[in-house]
Structure formats: C-alpha cells, structure tokens
Design a protein around this ligand. Structure first.
Ligand code: FE2
Length: 337
C-alpha cells in the first residue's frame, strides 16, 4: 500500500505540464477504468465511445495523447489509427493501443499503421502510467521542435517580403509542387514534406548579400558564385532541426540539373533527390510567370510551351516536366494566353 502511494507521488509530480489525454473505447467501463488510473496526474481526460466520435473530438481540439481500443463496432481502432497517422495535422499525436488481443499479427498490423505503443488488457496501472508519461515527454519535445520550426518558416517569409518581386514566390512554388506531387501519386505525408521543402527552398538567401540579390545589372562571375551558395547555406540552417530532415533535399538540390551540370553537388539524373527535381521545375515556372523590374511575367500557357521546347534540354527530368506541362495545360484555357 505504502509502495503504491510512493509510486503515485513519484509519477504525479506537480511540476508536470497539464496534458490532454483522449481515451477511446466502446466499453464505458474500460474508459472509466483508465480515467480513474490517470486521475491523480492532473491531466485533462477526454472520453470517446467510438471511432467517429474520437475523430470529431480530435479535429476540434487535438489531444496530446490517445489511448485507443482496437475492437470497436462501426469504426475500429485500426481505422482510427490509420486516419490519424496519414493526416499531417494529427500524425505526431502519440497513440497507445489498448487491446485484449494477444496475437502478434494484430500488434504488427497496428505498428504498421503507426501506433506508438501497446497496453494489454487487463493492464497494470504502473505500466499504463509509465507509458503515458514517457510518450507525453516525447510529445513535449516534438512541440518544442515545432516552435523552432516556426522560427525558420518566419525567417523564410520575412526574407521574401523584403522584395516586392519575390513576395509570395515560395508560397506559389509550394502550391505548384503540391499539385505536381498529387499528380505523381504522393501520399499526404509526402505532400506535406514537399510543401514545407518548397516553402523553405530559398531560405539560404538569408546569407546572400542584398546588393547581389537585388542587383538589376548583369552579375559578375563572383556574384553568381555568391548567389549559388544559397542551397548549401539553406541546408546548413535547417539541418540541425530533425523535424526538417525530409525537407532538406528540396533546399539543397533545387538547382541541380538532370544532365549533372547544376549546383551545388553536380548530381545527375536520379542522384538528385525527387523533391529537388520537382522544385527545380516549379521554381523555374514561377520565375517565368512572375513580373520582374525589367520584364512582365509570361502567361502560364506560354511558359508551358517553353517547357515543351526544352523538355530534352537536360535541365529538368523529362517525365516530371511532361506531367507539369500537362497540369498547366489542363488548368488554363487558351483564352488565358
Ligand atoms: Fe533557389
């Protein structure tokens, strides 16, 4: 008895931040059982008695952790888990599967769907509390990372906003990249990485001198070399953030060329990561269709015609460029020309 009390006070530290935990089970007794066990820990417990109800709650106000039953009528825990882990907005919420199933196959299936941990029914209180605590700690770290990310994205936005001619460039490149990625059959998580990579692709320009960046006259060889440092600079800025790991290729490799004559690494063909090959196309498209101090931007269909003529020029991957040309031609009517 005394031992239990010590354990409780150990886990129920008053310094712990308050978290929201969602308990999902079609059996109200099980929901109560878990809620009672977690009561001393100052968490906010939210209850759902079915998959759909859980998804409703999560969409309105995402919890910090979900305890999820597998076997529920209508929508199973597997389905709930799959939906949450394939949606970029909810995939980082830790899920603990609470199940009476002892079969290895069921566990493997839930792991494949992205579940973070398991508890076997009937569960041991100490085990429940330990797992909840450790996953909440992970969630807090993820939240910290997300706030560091916000700083990087704000930096990218501020950088562009300085110049009327680049304002909105990365947003548009992100929009075109997502359309292209969808066309290529990417899943929502890949699309989200692609979107973030496209938003940050030019962040390294923060280290390029304004006088060079904004120069209207022809650039000297030295100035060109200086501007060309921006992909590697961007990579250096973002590589410390683990959460940006998957977006680094879009930053470092968006000026590579299919024929190997690009920079900074001179990668050839599929050596250039896919995100780099995609953003090199959408970046060029936005440059062609945007106004510059010395010229007006061209119409999208004119840009598509130029791409068509240049499809085998060696700059871009032909099959990606083909898909993008088709996308542009399907999105604009001739009269927009
Ligand atoms: Fe660039």
């Amino acid at each position: 008895m005394a031992q239990t009390a010590v354990r409780e006070s150990f886990f129920a530290s008053q310094n712990e931040p308050r978290h929201k935990i969602l308990v999902v089970d079609d059996n109200p007794t099980n929901v109560e059982l878990i809620s009672v066990q977690l009561k001393p820990f100052n968490h906010e417990i939210v209850k759902a008695y079915g998959g759909e109800e859980a998804l409703d709650i999560i969409r309105k106000e995402p919890p910090d952790l979900i305890l999820l039953d597998l076997m529920m009528p209508r929508m199973s825990g597997y389905e709930v888990c799959r939906i949450l882990k394939t949606d970029p907005a909810t995939r980082l919420i830790p899920i603990i599967i609470v199940t009476a199933l002892r079969e290895l196959d069921d566990k493997i299936r839930a792991i494949e769907l992205g579940a973070d941990d398991f508890l076997m029914k009937p569960f041991n209180k100490l085990e429940l509390v330990t797992r909840v605590k450790s996953l909440l700690r992970v969630k807090d770290l993820v939240n910290d990372l997300e706030s560091s990310e916000v700083v990087v994205f704000t930096l990218a936005e501020t950088l562009e906003a300085k110049d009327v001619y680049t304002r909105g460039h990365s947003e548009r490149v992100a929009k075109y990249s997502i359309l292209l990625g969808k066309q290529m059959g990417m899943n929502p998580v890949e699309l989200e990485d692609l979107r973030r990579g496209a938003l940050l692709h030019d962040i390294g320009k923060v280290g390029v001198k304004d006088t060079v960046l904004n120069k209207q006259e022809k650039l000297t060889a030295e100035e060109i070399a200086h501007i060309r440092t921006h992909p590697a600079r961007g990579y250096e800025i973002c590589k410390g953030l683990k959460s940006l790991k998957n977006v680094l290729p879009a930053i470092r490799s968006h000026h590579e060329r299919w024929d190997g004559k690009g920079h900074p690494d001179g990668l050839k063909g599929e050596e250039t990561p896919l995100f780099g090959r995609i953003v090199s196309v959408t970046d060029a498209f936005d440059a062609m269709t945007s106004n510059r101090p010395y010229r007006k931007g061209m119409y999208p269909l004119q840009a598509a015609d130029i791409f068509e003529r240049e499809i085998n020029s060696g700059q871009w991957e032909p099959s990606i460029l083909r898909q993008f040309i088709d996308l542009v031609r399907n999105s604009y009517k001739e009269r927009d020309r």
